[in-house]
Design a protein around this ligand. Sequence first.
Ligand code: FES
Length: 171
Amino acid sequence: MSEDKNKQVSRRQFLNYTLTGVGGFMAAGMLAPMVRFAIDPVLQPEAGGDFVSAEIAEEDITTEPQRVTFKVEQVDAWYESTVEKVAWVYKQEDGSIIALDPTCTHLGCIVGWDSNEDHPDHFYCPCHGGLYTKDGVNVPNTPPTAPLSVYEQKIENGILYLGKSIPREEA
Ligand code: FES
């Protein structure tokens, strides 16, 4: 009889078990969405590796750098937006295509081709006078310390597609 009594759950124990269980269940219910919200961007597949049409035919690309624009979907944590990017595209001596990222490697201004009359046939950065040769290599003794980055690129059905901007080693 007294053994049976020991096995019984007292009212206090019952309340403790019940409150602990309900409290734990509610805490899990509140925390799960927060954890999911916090790590959601990490779980998303990376979108940056996709190629986007630059809407220029391979045959229209000459040895003279041309400014082309293309749009990419950008995900900043939870914010998705469409961003217009610029590339300077031309055919090199061997006929291969190069697509330069115009972001100056000094402090990020946008360079232009042949845009300064004192520096013809160069990429020129208007912010601090940065200079790059046609292949995007920075001219010594100007502010930039690295060449312009190069976009990944491929030709599909005769059209140029651009991908990620890949930094190059310092000259
Ligand atoms: S940002 Fe281009 S030279 Fe400074």
